[in-house]
Design a protein around this ligand. Structure first.
Ligand code: ZN
Ligand code: ZN
Length: 272
């Protein structure tokens, strides 16, 4: 067979594959109608929100801290303004951006996804990540999910951050390195810990995977996690990556704790 024939056959096969996928998606919608990503009522397409949830979600937009992405109540000095916490103690990562505030409206969305009963939301959530992290995705070499310890991975069957990272890689055309970091010890859950306690709990918990450590030197890395609470976990990952030679470490998460009240809620939920 000529090389040209080969290409034509391949293209036809891809067209058939695409057609088949679209047909299967339509068939699946008939059997299992698409549901709102947050509350579960029927909506017109997969990966959408119902109108009520859409209105309740606080999407994070400018003005916000140039470093950690904390939203500001009012514009206090342009694009480079920093929040008090970042001025007092600069985080180990370069920039963090998040899609929405972690609150009453987004809690079911995050928990449903994390505990595995709403994994069909992954492509829709990754689209939101791509939008919120557009600026970060422009200068990144590797997308890296925050790893789970293998016991927790075994119990939960999947790592929600790795699933988001895989879809984000597909959307952005960036390379995903799912095993770049390893969680070498099972940390206690962060629930109920103070800011300092959280940092101590994750200290030394991560290490580069020996087989992939060579990829880190000189790389610009984008870490993916589901919720940013105090930044202890992603801060520790960033520290390890920088020590291994990463030139930039940015962070992109779905949710972000903005108010202390919401943080108490995260703690209550993540308690064992
Ligand atoms: Zn809804
Ligand atoms: Zn900040």
């Amino acid at each position: 067979m000529e090389a040209g024939d080969d290409t034509a056959t391949w293209q036809r096969a891809r067209q058939v594959g695409r057609g088949l996928r679209a047909w299967m998606a339509a068939a699946l919608d008939l059997v299992m109608p698409p549901r709102c990503m947050a509350c579960g009522v029927e909506v017109d397409r997969t990966g959408a929100l119902c109108a009520a949830c859409w209105q309740r979600i606080s999407f994070i937009a400018a003005p916000h801290c140039a470093c950690c992405g904390l939203p500001f109540d009012y514009d206090s000095g342009g694009k480079d303004a920093l929040c008090g916490a970042c001025i007092a103690k600069p985080p180990r990562f370069d920039r963090c951006r998040s899609v929405f505030a972690y609150d009453e409206a987004t809690r079911p969305l995050i928990l449903g996804f994390k505990h595995g009963d709403r994994t069909e939301n992954a492509p829709g959530l990754a689209q939101w990540l791509a939008r919120a992290g557009g600026e970060l995705l422009r200068d990144v070499d590797l997308i890296v999910p925050v790893p789970l310890h293998r016991w927790r991975l075994f119990r939960r069957r999947f790592n929600q951050s790795a699933l988001l990272a895989a879809h984000l890689g597909r959307l952005s055309g960036r390379v995903v390195a799912p095993d770049l970091l390893v969680r070498r010890r099972a940390t206690a859950r962060q629930g109920g810990l103070t800011r300092k306690g959280r940092a101590r709990n994750v200290a030394g918990a991560f290490t580069p995977h020996p087989a992939h450590a060579g990829q880190i030197k000189g790389a610009r890395i984008l870490l993916i996690d589901d919720v940013f609470t105090t930044g202890a976990t992603v801060g520790e990952c960033a520290r390890v990556l920088r020590r291994a030679g990463a030139v930039r470490v940015d962070v992109l998460t779905l949710a972000r704790v903005v108010k202390p009240v919401a943080m108490q809620a995260v703690e209550a939920e993540s308690a064992p």
